[in-house]
Design a binder for this molecule. Structure first.
Ligand code: ZN
Length: 108
């Protein structure tokens, strides 16, 4: 396989350390670092050929995937923060949502 492109991991959100902590405390998900991952475009690629950074990803399908995921996450985190008894505070959710909308913008 000779693929020069940098992809995003399909689970692009989980690459973000702060969000990983947030998600871990919210959903009980733990981060792991596999050698091969499924990319946003559907390919199986080496973990080393993926990046969560908008400046590094060259695969167009992956950029579109990342944009959608960041927007979806922003909505999800806001929805969570509005639920009664939510562990995610309003300010924390707003901060996370803003950050991910910004990231989505940079992937488009
Ligand atoms: Zn890709």
């Amino acid at each position: 396989m000779d693929d020069p492109h940098i992809h995003v991991e399909a689970k692009v959100i989980h690459r973000d350390a702060a969000v990983r902590d947030l998600m871990a405390s919210t959903f009980g998900l733990a981060g792991d670092l596999p050698s091969q991952v499924t990319a946003g475009c559907g390919l199986r690629v080496p973990y080393a050929m993926t990046s969560p950074s908008p400046g590094s990803v060259t695969c167009l399908a992956c950029r579109e995937h990342a944009r959608r995921e960041h927007l979806r996450f922003a909505e999800q985190v806001e929805r969570l923060s509005r639920m009664p008894g939510s562990v995610v505070g309003f300010d924390q959710a707003k901060l996370a949502a803003d950050k991910h909308r910004d990231l989505a913008e940079r992937f488009s």
